[in-house]
Design a protein around this ligand. Structure first.
Ligand code: NI
Length: 172
């Protein structure tokens, strides 16, 4: 197991459209377990391969309650088949440290993906799982949660984030 380096906005790898995965080998399996380890260590509830600098369509999630058992989920080539309802919850992102904002998302989603061995699977997600799926799948298309804010909020984000980055630089 190893902890991977998380790439931060505005790293260009975060803006790429990630490539579809066609080979389900031990390398892919290792990447998924390193990503899970990295996500739990952060800690976070989701992580997409582009966030660790790998532009491939792989995400890992675990939105189970903090005091319960872990429920790691690995999704290869995930896509949203159907959406229902609307919600607006505060989100953050391991690639956009120390910034949080409310984002409008679908309340429920039906997601199709492949398991780590290539087995096709479909699930219905709601609550935090639904939000997390949408957030992580966005990463595979080069979209960050801040891209979904209104133009005004986004310009406020840029100013605030610049300050956050300057402070981080001073701490290093
Ligand atoms: Ni994110």
């Amino acid at each position: 197991m190893s902890i991977l380096r998380i790439h931060h906005y505005p790293d260009p790898v975060l803006k790429l459209k990630a490539e579809r995965i066609t080979v389900f080998d031990t390398e892919l399996r290792a990447l998924a377990s390193h990503m899970l380890e990295t996500m739990y260590a952060a800690p976070g509830v989701g992580l997409a391969a582009p966030q660790v600098g790998i532009s491939r369509r792989l995400i890992v999630l675990d939105c189970s309650p903090k005091d319960g058992d872990r429920q790691p989920l690995v999704a290869v080539n995930p896509e949203i088949l159907a959406r229902e309802g609307e919600c607006c919850e505060e989100e953050g992102c391991l690639s956009v440290p120390e910034y949080y904002a409310k984002v409008v998302r679908s309340e429920k989603v039906r997601v199709r993906f492949q398991e780590i061995d290539g087995t096709p699977r479909e699930i219905e997600a709601d609550g935090l799982w639904a939000i997390c799926f949408q957030h992580e799948i966005d990463h595979l298309d080069g979209i960050l949660f801040v891209d979904r804010l209104s133009p005004l909020k986004r310009s406020l984000f840029r100013k605030k984030y610049q300050k956050i980055q300057e402070q981080r630089q001073e701490q290093l």
